[in-house]
Ligand binder design. Sequence first.
Ligand code: ADP
Ligand code: MG
Length: 248
Amino acid sequence: MLELENLSIEVGGKQILTNINLSVESGYTNVLFGPNGAGKSALLMSIMGFSGYKITNGKIYFKGEDITDLPLNERAERGLGIMGQRPPNMVGVKLKDLLEITAEECIDLDELVEELNMSSFLERDINVGFSGGEIKRSELLQLAAQAPSFYLLDEPESGVDLVNISQIGMMINKLLHGDIKCAGRRRKEGNSGLVITHTGQILDYIEADKGYILCNGQIMCSGNPRDLLNEIKTKGYQECVTCKIRQS
Ligand code: ADP
Ligand code: MG
């Protein structure tokens, strides 16, 4: 479904990611761990095609197609969608107006708005004065409305309290399992995803198949996400770096 092949990325003239090899099979969700500044957000932004992230080497394949040089909007049309870590305030843009433009026709917006408890935010400017949890719910609503088949989720639980985490986690689980109404019917096709998590809390809500650890712009190791998380919790990230150095 998604395949990164020897991907290297430069931001602001500085090499941020080096030779990233990562893949996500159709219908599966993989998780990306890594310390602050490792390059996790840069990786997701590059996959989505944001400007400023220069691909200096390697390829991105999506559904078998080379999308390395495609602009962001064409990647979105093919089914990629992102929930950013720190989305900007959009002064003068009401949430309702953006949703009306971006929502797929088949989506039951009212139901999504209700499920995410967002009805009182529709007339407000996007993210302006929203709390941490409200920003994440708003992002998730915007993303769900686009009905992507691949979800790039950048730390969906960061800055969010426990009640919001549960609401967001359950919604992400539904989206990844294709369990949202489209044209009045529940679709049951499995969607796919790549989820960045710092704390691993989101693993309480989603089934993740494989985890990767990114340190210093490189994939250090991969494996069962729960095992990786336990390793990180007991030994921190340094162990992984040492292990990589030993291997090379
Ligand atoms: P993470 O999400 O893993 O915490 P980021 O992907 O946000 O890390 O950042 C990786 C590195 O890239 C950091 O050192 C950050 O300062 C740097 N970086 C990100 N954006 C820019 C930019 N626009 N110009 C220069 N450096 C940047
Ligand atoms: Mg980040």
